[in-house]
Design a protein around this ligand. Structure first.
Ligand code: CA
Length: 409
């Protein structure tokens, strides 16, 4: 009798839960889509950057002051510091700009190749040769128009003469159609690492194509003989790692010399990876995120498969990772050794870009993660350490700026 009553209570409870779930199911908000992607909501308005420095308390007790170092840039993408402290900044539309002592030169640098602006790519990264002091080489990554319709990721190298780039030539041009974010970094051995976007489809898993890869080149654009796939049939010898979606950050660990890369998932599944020669990082077979329309990217929610590397850090929801740097300076001592990553927007919501700080232990396992500068509501495209030991950020906006983070006390 008692059992019967218990059973009947269980049955009615179950019925109630089922009823509740189905009500909840029909009560979800319907949001507008463009194709397979929900249209981003616009409820958080843009706000101008403050005209006075802003002071923030942060988690480790590192009190900071955020200063607008320079403004008037159009969608700045990357920056590089010359030995004398002069800053070179790329603008996505194809201009290279100079900032001296916080003053933006109104004239763009001459010598930049013709780029094609498409989607979010155009003129992208700027890096100096490791021996810049003696050879003055500056490298630019960009979307190169090949003909009226086609373009490809290219790397141009020129000589900085103090005001302009001279003797500019392409040292590398990818096959037509290879595009996306082209971040560059020189490794300790003097080789140049370059990211390529994965595009749609299975390209990142194709060892005979250059989309969705990290490439490793010599400083003249030729192929280092010790690249992992040199001499392997059906494999492009430029490839260092594969299985990447949309890489926007690349930085060399100051202690180990390993190359760290970050990439964007779609709706979640942003990653930081440590690159190992010849390794496969999984896209689009495995991912820790969802596709924009909702389902998991990995079939049946399989997040791990033999033969694929897993990230050391991941984000779900996505923060739209961008530029990345290790902080090694003394001016912000409580942040020494931490990784900083720019965020363009969080959780698919515009107006939520910020800077993330990640604290690791000695084994490079994550201990803490902090979101910084959210009140500014800026898309943070890049973050770099200046020769003065301060952090410099780029905001990816129509009226883009260089922000400086300095100690507040
Ligand atoms: Ca991955």
């Amino acid at each position: 009798m008692k059992t019967m009553r218990l059973l009947s209570i269980t049955v009615s409870c179950t019925a109630a839960i089922v009823a509740l779930l189905s009500t909840a199911g029909t009560a979800q908000q319907k949001v507008p889509f463009r194709g397979e992607t929900p249209i981003a909501p616009s409820g958080i308005p843009k706000i101008p950057l403050p005209d006075q420095p802003v002071v923030y308390d942060t988690a480790e007790g590192q009190r900071i002051r955020v200063v607008v170092h320079a403004s008037g840039l159009s969608h700045p993408w990357s920056l590089a510091f010359l030995p004398d402290g002069t800053m070179l900044v790329t603008e996505r539309d194809g201009r290279l700009r100079v900032i001296r002592n916080g003053v933006l030169d109104p004239k763009a640098v001459e010598g930049v190749p013709t780029i094609r602006r498409a989607g979010l790519s155009g003129l992208m990264d700027v890096v100096l040769h490791p021996q810049f002091a003696s050879n003055n080489f500056v490298y630019l990554s960009y979307a190169k128009p090949l003909n009226e319709k086609e373009s490809a990721t290219a790397i141009a190298r020129g000589k900085w003469n103090g005001t302009a780039l001279t003797e500019v030539k392409d040292v590398f041009v990818a096959p037509a159609g290879v595009g996306g974010g082209a971040r560059m970094a020189f490794g300790r051995d003097g080789t140049l690492y370059v990211t390529t976007g994965g595009g749609g489809g299975n390209g990142p898993q194709d060892p005979n194509g250059l989309g969705g890869k990290v490439l490793r080149l010599k400083d003249d654009g030729t192929i280092p003989p010790d690249n992992p796939f040199v001499g392997k049939p059906g494999h492009r010898p430029e490839i260092f790692t594969m299985g990447h979606r949309s890489s926007l950050g690349l930085a060399v660990h100051p202690g180990t010399g390993e190359v760290w890369q970050n990439e964007n998932g779609p709706n979640g599944g942003d990653e930081i990876n440590i690159l190992k020669p010849g390794a496969n990082y999984g896209w689009p077979i495995i991912s820790l995120g969802r596709v924009y329309a909702g389902p998991w990217q990995s079939p049946s929610g399989v997040f791990y498969r033999e033969g694929f590397e897993q990230p050391i850090v991941y984000w779900t929801p996505a923060i739209a990772v961008s530029g990345m740097t290790f902080y090694t300076g003394d001016r912000l001592p409580k942040w020494k050794g931490d990784v900083f990553v720019g965020s363009l927007r969080e959780g698919e919501i515009p107006g939520t870009g910020h800077l993330e700080r990640i604290l690791f232990n000695e084994k490079m396992e994550e201990l803490r993660r902090e979101s910084l500068l959210q009140p500014l509501r800026q898309r943070i495209r890049d973050v770099r350490q200046g020769p003065d030991g301060l952090l410099y950020l780029l905001t990816d906006e129509d009226d883009g700026a260089v922000l400086r983070i300095e100690p507040a006390s």
